[in-house]
Every structure is written in structure tokens, then in C-alpha cells.
Write a protein that binds this ligand. Structure first.
Ligand code: FES
Length: 571
């Protein structure tokens, strides 16, 4: 135990009054006012990062989960101290949660660094919270363990199983097509998300939880356990214990998040048919450790990684089924021959030791074998070409292969507002074989890269039975969506990318086989359009919007801020 003078616990990182003994005396005095005994004040401290918020339904069970975590810390002889940071509730933020991910990462990093904690438990879950916490923790350089919310449980409506948010979109699409009544959509609205926890399918939150476990930043088997299951509380307790044992171990996140573990995480992202957002977030997390994610490498991995999970939106099941089927340990055991097994994890075991011989029983309806995969190749591919010189992403596992090799006529929307105004206009000149193009929805646009890449099928076509079209944008897409959707076009239109030069009637060639996305307009015409392009938007006058505008990087760099990346990557 610390006596408060060995640089641990309340004796760590003293407030500077020019007299260290006075600073310690004052801090102890103020800490005592919270009712701690002297014995508790002398303990090393595990900080528990609490991201509950009235604007975050996914984290509504955190009081109970954090209580279990505190129990684990106390059992190991350390003192748990809970502190808040920003929380990002996906559907409550305008213009979009991604804009604030880096702000949350700054908050997390600086509060870990500034306060007297010896290790931390990062309690998060909703889409951007886990990447923000991991980014901040890597940069802060203190031992850290991730504890996730766990997925929501599914509910029922008229005998049909419902889970946010693939079913949200499915029913909304049917409502737009006139197949679901006003009354029914109202009732369904109340049944889509009925428990605490993160979205019930392979959305971004599930993807990031699995990635965190694959990276080695969480206890084995902790990613997929439902939020409301008693096992989730036992994981909280175990995580608290682990964080206490990490104190003084030197096992900091940058020792766990390495080139090899990032490659493992990419493999896993591909094998689970993970959210396209996972690429952006993993790139940003890796960037904090000085590791660059190369989209050509992603394609090479994609060609040799089968999709093994039968989960929505690519498949049939929900996260609670994945957990019951064996969860991440079963998945990793199946992928063992493709992984770097010597990677260290937060528990001190290597990944290979963690996997061992795998679980005794696996439900193969949900977690398939490599010999009987859902798809023989990975769920995501990067596309390149004059339309996306720095890459674009297509989630082929959630797309219609019948649309993969074709040339189409562009129907262009110049902004989100333009899209909202005209997409359902009965006079819109659009056919099922056209390519819908959305501009100015990328990271440098005013809209800050919302999940708007899932452009709605124009209602006239939807009502005639059209279910999918090629859609291209510099936006993102929810991991819960389905469609032939080319995203993250980089550089984005607002930064002067070719996407901003597309005009109605242009021809665009998509070839998933060749990994190409080409605007079939000659260079002279593009130069003419470039010369006539409108000036960039006016600078934000102040505050975080100004910082965002000045520092945001493109999707292929994880949309981090330049100055937050590892110094070796800043250029
Ligand atoms: Fe929080 Fe989906 S809204 S994970």
C-alpha cells in the first residue's frame, strides 16, 4: 500500500502550490471530506471512467455495472474512484456523434493524466465512446482496461423478434414503401430498444466491443455478454480486479495495441462483417500508437478472411445469440491460424494462451467454421480510383453482389439538405440502375461525416419494389444498415476531392472485383469543373467547431485531429 508519498494514489501528480508537503496535506484533507478512512486514502487508486448520461440510453445500467467494478477494485486492495467524462449518446447529438469523438478522447486522456489514478477502467459502449476511450487511454499512457456496456436484449412485436437497429431501418423502409401503417410504425417505435445496452446487432458498438477484445484490451469473453445479464456484472467485478492488478505492471495500452494486434483486430473486423465505422475508429486508435492502417493491406486481409458470424445486418442473428453461441473466444479459436498469437493482452496472457483449445461447445448456426463460412472472403473492401484516390469502403457482406460490376448514371445530391429536399420528389429523374451520389457529407464538411451514406431509395422506386441501388458518398453508414453503399470517399468533396466534381448524368464505373471506383469524365473536363468550384466554407468563428475544422483528418487517417495522432504520424 502507498503511504501517499510514493507517487501512487492520492500522493500522485500533486496540485502545484510550490510546496509538495502542503499540496499532499491539502489533498488528503479535502479527500477526507468525502468520508474516506486513512487506510483508504493510502491505497493506490483505480479510476473508473463513468459515461452515464441522461442523453445515453445505452449506458443506463452503468450505476449497477460500476458498483460491481468498484467491488472488484476493493477486493484487490486498491481504492476505486469514479469520475465522469463526456458521454456520446449516438442518436442525441447534432450534427453527428463523430464530431465529438475526438473531444471525448481529449477529455478521457487529460482526466486520466491530470487526476491521481494509477490505472483506469474505461466504462463505455455506445458507438463512439469505446474508440474515444481507447484513443485517449493510448495517448495517456497509463494501464487501462475497457469495460463495455454489453448489447441490448431483443424484444417482440406481434411474434416477430426486434432489435435495434437493423430492424429500425427495415421497418422504416417498409413504412416508406407503404407496407406498414402509421399506427404500426408508432407501436414498433416503442418496441425497438427496450433494455439497457448497445444496439443488438453487429453495429458499430458491437463491432468496437469485439475489436477491443481482439486487441487484448478487455478480459476474454467480455465483449458480447448482454447488458442485463448477471454475467455482465461479474465481468465488471473481474475488470475492477484486473485494473487493480495492473497498477505498477507497466502494461500500458501502447504495449498491447501494436502493429500485430491491430492486424488481428482487422482480421476480426472482417470475419464478423463488422461496421464500416470500425475501420475509421481502429485507424484512429492505432494512430495514437504510431501505427498506420493501410487500406491495401485491408484488401489483402479481406481476401483471406472468411465471414464467420451470421449476425444482422449481414445475417440472421443478434448479439445475444453470438454470446450464447460462444462469443469472441469461439470466434478467435476459429480464426486462430490467421492471427498473431504472440500478442500480449491486458491480463498478461498472450492471445494464443487466451484462445487455448477454444470453448468446448460452439453454436455453429451463429459462429460458422472456416470450412463452412457465411462468405469465403471478408466483409469489407477498400475501393480506389480517380473518384477515391485515397480510398473508399464498401461493406460487401451487407450488399447485393448483383450490383458489384456495373457502370451507372450519376444522380447527384450536393448536400444533405439537397438530398432531403429532392429524394422523394416524384419528378426526380432517377432509374433503378442509376448511382445515387451524395456530396459534402464528409469529415471536412459542415455536417461532419454523419451516417447518411445509406441514402434512401427514392420513394417512387421503393414503392415499385426497388430494394437496393448503388449509393456513393463521403459520409459514413450505420453498421446496422444494408445496401450496396460506397462510403468514406477520400478525400471528401468539401476538401476538394473528385467526388465534389461529379455532375448529374456522368458515368461512374464500379468494380468490386477490381477494387475500382472511377468517374468516367476526362481530366480536362474535371480541371474545368475544379476551376469553377465554389470556395471552401467560411471558417467557424470560435470554439470546438473551429478546432474541428482546423484539425480534422480524412477518413483514411481515422478522422482524428492531426495534433492528437502519435508524433511519428503527424505530417
Ligand atoms: Fe448506442 Fe446504438 S444507439 S449503440
Amino acid at each position: 500500500m502507498t503511504d501517499g508519498k510514493d507517487g501512487r494514489g492520492f500522493g500522485k501528480g500533486l496540485t502545484n502550490y510550490g510546496d509538495k508537503a502542503f499540496s499532499l496535506y491539502l489533498r488528503r484533507s479535502f479527500a477526507s471530506s468525502m468520508g474516506y478512512s486513512r487506510e483508504m486514502l493510502d491505497r493506490p487508486i483505480v479510476g473508473i471512467v463513468d459515461t452515464r448520461s441522461g442523453f445515453n440510453n445505452c449506458h443506463r445500467h452503468f450505476p449497477e455495472l460500476i458498483e460491481a467494478t468498484r467491488r472488484g477494485v476493493l477486493a484487490e486492495g486498491a481504492l476505486p474512484v469514479v469520475f465522469p467524462t463526456i458521454s456520446l449518446g449516438e442518436v442525441f447529438l447534432n450534427p453527428t456523434s463523430l464530431k465529438f469523438r475526438n473531444l471525448m478522447s481529449i477529455d478521457t486522456e487529460e482526466m486520466i493524466r491530470a487526476q491521481p489514478v494509477d490505472s483506469v477502467v474505461l466504462v463505455g459502449g455506445c458507438d463512439k465512446t469505446v474508440p474515444a476511450q481507447l484513443m485517449g487511454a493510448v495517448s495517456a499512457g497509463l494501464p487501462a482496461v475497457q469495460l463495455v456496456a454489453g448489447p441490448m436484449s431483443t424484444s417482440r412485436y406481434r411474434g416477430e423478434r426486434l432489435g435495434a437497429c437493423t430492424d429500425c431501418r427495415r421497418f422504416w423502409g417498409r413504412y416508406r414503401a407503404g407496407e406498414v401503417s402509421d399506427q404500426d410504425i408508432d407501436r414498433i417505435e416503442g418496441r425497438l430498444a427496450t433494455t439497457a445496452g448497445t444496439c443488438a446487432v453487429m453495429g458499430t458498438a458491437s463491432t468496437m466491443a469485439i475489436i477491443a477484445e481482439a486487441l487484448g484490451m478487455m478480459p476474454a469473453g467480455s465483449a458480447a455478454v448482454p447488458a442485463v445479464d448477471a454475467e455482465r456484472l461479474r465481468i465488471g467485478e473481474e475488470t475492477g480486479r484486473l485494473a487493480a492488478r495492473l497498477i505498477g505492471s507497466g502494461r500500458t495500452p501502447d504495449r498491447i495495441i501494436t502493429e500485430k494486434s491491430v492486424e488481428n483486430a482487422l482480421r476480426v473486423l472482417l470475419a464478423i462483417g463488422g461496421s464500416t465505422n470500425g475501420i475509421i475508429h481502429l485507424t484512429a486508435i492505432a494512430g495514437r500508437a504510431g501505427i498506420q492502417v493501410d487500406l491495401d493491406r485491408l484488401n489483402a486481409l479481406s481476401d483471406t478472411t472468411p465471414v464467420l458470424l451470421d449476425l444482422k445486418p449481414s445475417g440472421q442473428h443478434y448479439m445475444e445469440d453470438f454470446d450464447a453461441a460462444g462469443g469472441v473466444p469461439a470466434l478467435l479459436a476459429e480464426l486462430k491460424h490467421l492471427l498473431h498469437l504472440d500478442c500480449p493482452t491486458v491480463t498478461g496472457e498472450t492471445l494464443g494462451e487466451r484462445i487455448g483449445s477454444g470453448p468446448a461447445w460452439v453454436d455453429r448456426n451463429v459462429i460458422r467454421t472456416v470450412k463452412d463460412p457465411i462468405a469465403p472472403v471478408g466483409g469489407l473492401v477498400a475501393l480506389f480510383g480517380n473518384l477515391a484516390p485515397r480510398g473508399a469502403i464498401l461493406k460487401r457482406s451487407a450488399a447485393d453482389p448483383g450490383l458489384f460490376e456495373r457502370t451507372g448514371r450519376a444522380v447527384v445530391f450536393t448536400s444533405l439538405e439537397d438530398l432531403a429536399r429532392r429524394i422523394d420528389d416524384p419528378a426526380l429523374d432517377v432509374h433503378p440502375d442509376d448511382f445515387l451520389v451524395l456530396q459534402n457529407a464528409g469529415p471536412t464538411s459542415d455536417s461532419a461525416m454523419p451516417e447518411a451514406g445509406y441514402l434512401p431509395i427514392p420513394s417512387r422506386l421503393a414503392k415499385s419494389g426497388v430494394k437496393d441501388m448503388v449509393r456513393i458518398s463521403d459520409a459514413r453508414m450505420s453498421g446496422t444498415a444494408f445496401g450496396t453503399i460506397v462510403l468514406h470517399v477520400s478525400p471528401d468533396a468539401a476538401a476538394g476531392g473528385t467526388l465534389g466534381l461529379v455532375r448529374d448524368g456522368d458515368r461512374i464505373r464500379l468494380s468490386v472485383a477490381e477494387r475500382r471506383i472511377e468517374l468516367l469524365v476526362d481530366e480536362a473536363e474535371l480541371a474545368r469543373r475544379r476551376a469553377g468550384a465554389p470556395p471552401p466554407p467560411a471558417a467557424a468563428p470560435r470554439g470546438y467547431a473551429r478546432l474541428y475544422q482546423d484539425e480534422i483528418l480524412q477518413a483514411d487517417q481515422g478522422c482524428d485531429f492531426r495534433f492528437l495522432q502519435h508524433p511519428s504520424l503527424q505530417r
